[in-house]
Design a protein around this ligand. Structure first.
Ligand SMILES: Nc1ncnc2c1ncn2[C@@H]1O[C@H](COP(=O)(O)OP(=O)(O)OP(=O)(O)O)[C@@H](O)[C@H]1O
Length: 576
């Protein structure tokens, strides 16, 4: 394809050296008759306006026409600084515009060129790369990696602000680069399979690397940094879900590790403040990917919450825990015995805390010392029904706690059987001492579930069953209690309507059958979604209570599993 160059215009002065060359061209033509097209190209080139502008600039810089003093020679680093300090303030349109500008390759190239010139680094020079010289082995390293088809190199690459060279930003644990043991963060990457990378963008290099398979040879200049690699390995439960493909800030999407809330991850590297490295538990290759650091996730979440607060027209919505279907009081009394009292102590669990990762360890079940099973769910979803059925499936093995009350004992009641009876003063004292996981008042009497009675059931060698209010979780999730929390989830509204029609509701207690209104069912479905959103990170298992038979089968299966199989628990719980 012919190359057309802009023609020289009259306002650019041709320097004397170029003039001499132009004058010499005709004699060159006569001596090289078969090179006419090349000489014609050279003529056009020598008359090109941009060449003369460049020569003009060169003379200026060399001081022939007076000197320019640069204000700074680290524009690239300054731009990177600015980028990092404002990258999270994306709600501001001016910041978004700035980030866009700073990410443009031509702006980066301009800054890079500026810095080179400002440093006086414009003399042509070729880096000596004494590859074959044994004495200089430490200067350049040639690494050959056998890479499977489609296998990533396992390293991220960036353009160094300091040197302008392509460099290894991080080596991903377990990847091809890591397995070679020869590639480190900070190494300059100069060639891939003999092809020089000068002038290429990181994306082009990544593309080139991903296409290469079989033996891939890299020429690297070792990093001068003396980073003793800190080997930290930590097993965590992810308390949020992450989709690498939709994160705008991830340095390399392909290197990201997407995960779901509840997944168990092995974090193998936390050197980077923003991107940690982890592999999923059970992944036999142990090849790590990038995951958001705790700090980065918290910042993102704070921003997301702030945005959603701005976008909300009504004031802060009430906690899903406070949702409760409008069940006639009399019937409610029979079933739940008491209402939760809102109290400052409970409120802080639902929560400004941002769940990120919970460090976990394996808990090995012990014979005759079972973790209490806690059924959590929207009021009316069926927690108590399932709890009753589970107890009925093996009454000698499963046990409910005996609640406390301040009401008068009836003649047929035994203290410690139906209730533990306390005076109001005694019970209030115990409430203040935080001995109750939940309590409430009904018709002038206090009712509550104490931590002590849960411990007693466990100590008796039975599985303690609880169906408390969500806010009790704060008191239950302790090393001493070690609850296994099962979320009883509402099915879709349509399915809820089908299964909860009075004719179909099959309660174990005949008097607990009650008709639900459509409004109540809507509240159950809605509260269930909100509960899962807010507390999902503490649930160990989820059962959708659509068909009672299916939900029961699953509950029995889970209950048997937790007595036999090791489980991930918060670190510290597994010790005894
Ligand atoms: N899967 C189901 N199909 C049909 N009916 C169900 C199902 N699960 C529960 N029910 C019925 O729904 C009603 C409410 O259940 P349950 O009392 O267990 O709710 P809950 O979650 O304990 O709520 P509350 O806190 O109000 O007691 C009961 O009549 C129960 O029999």
């Amino acid at each position: 394809m012919p190359i057309t160059l802009p023609q020289l215009t009259s306002n650019v002065r041709i320097d004397t050296d170029t003039q001499k060359l132009l004058v010499a061209l005709p004699s060159l033509e006569s001596r090289l008759p078969n090179k006419e097209p090349e000489i014609a190209f050279l003529r056009r080139f020598l008359r090109n306006r941009y060449l003369h502008l460049m020569i003009h600039m060169y003379h200026k810089l060399r001081g022939r026409d007076g000197r320019f003093e640069p204000v700074s020679d680290f524009g690239v680093a300054q731009a990177a600084d600015v980028y990092c300090s404002v990258r999270f303030k994306t709600e501001d349109p001016a910041v978004r515009e700035l980030l866009k500008l700073l990410s443009k390759p031509h702006v980066q190239a301009l800054l890079y060129t500026h810095d080179k010139i400002a440093c006086g680094d414009y003399e042509p020079h070729i880096d000596p790369i004494p590859v074959e010289d044994e004495d200089d082995e430490a200067t350049v390293k040639i690494v050959s990696i056998i890479k499977k088809h489609n296998e990533p190199l396992g390293a991220t690459i960036q353009l160094s602000g300091e040197t302008g060279c392509m460099e290894i930003a991080r080596v991903l644990h377990g990847g091809a680069a890591d397995r070679s043991g020869l590639i480190s963060a900070g190494d300059e990457l100069h060639e891939i399979n003999g092809i020089g990378l000068f002038g290429m963008s990181p994306d082009e290099v990544v593309d080139m690397l991903s296409k290469a398979s079989g033996s891939v040879t890299l020429k690297l200049l070792p990093s001068q940094r003396t980073t003793a690699r800190r080997k930290v390995e930590m097993v965590v439960k992810a308390l949020f879900s992450f989709d690498a493909a939709s994160d705008e800030n991830i340095p390399c999407r392909e290197a990201g590790l997407s995960f779901q809330r509840g997944d168990i991850l092995h974090i193998v590297n936390q050197e980077d403040a923003i991107w940690w490295q982890a592999y999923r538990h059970g992944d036999s290759s142990k090849r790590a990917g990038l995951i958001p650091s705790r700090h980065y996730h918290e910042r993102q979440e704070v921003m997301r919450r702030a945005r959603s607060r701005e976008g909300r027209s009504t004031p802060r919505s009430i906690s899903p825990c406070r949702y409760s279907p409008k069940i006639p009081r009399q019937k409610r009394l029979r079933k739940t015995m008491y209402h939760i009292v809102q109290n400052g102590v409970f409120n802080d669990y639902d929560t400004d805390e941002i769940p990120a990762y919970d460090e976990v360890e394996l808990y090995i079940p012990k014979p005759r010392h079972y973790r209490p099973i806690v059924l959590i769910g929207a009021p009316g979803v069926g927690r108590n029904e399932l709890k009753r059925r589970l107890k009925a499936s093996n009454p000698g093995h499963f046990e409910e706690v005996v609640p406390y009350t301040t009401r008068e004992r009836k003649p047929f009641e035994e203290d410690g059987k139906e209730y533990h009876f306390l005076t109001r003063e005694e019970m209030e004292e115990q409430i203040i001492a935080q001995r109750f996981v939940e309590y409430g008042e009904y018709r002038g009497h206090l009712y509550g579930t104490s931590l002590e009675s849960i411990k007693q059931v466990t100590a008796s060698g039975k599985v303690c069953l609880l169906a408390p209010h969500t806010q009790a979780l704060k008191f239950l999730r302790t090393y001493e209690i070690k609850p296994f929390i099962i979320f009883i989830k509402s099915p879709t509204l349509e399915k809820l309507k089908e299964s909860r029609m009075p004719a179909r509701a099959r309660a174990t207690e005949a008097d607990s059958i009650r008709p639900f209104t459509v409004e109540e069912l809507e509240e159950i479905a809605d509260a269930s979604v909100k509960l899962e959103e807010r507390y999902g990170h503490v649930f160990d298992h989820t059962i959708v209570n659509d068909s009672l038979t299916d939900a029961m089968t699953e509950l029995l299966m889970v209950a048997s599993k937790i007595e036999k199989e090791p489980q991930w628990v918060p670190v510290g719980w597994g010790q005894s």
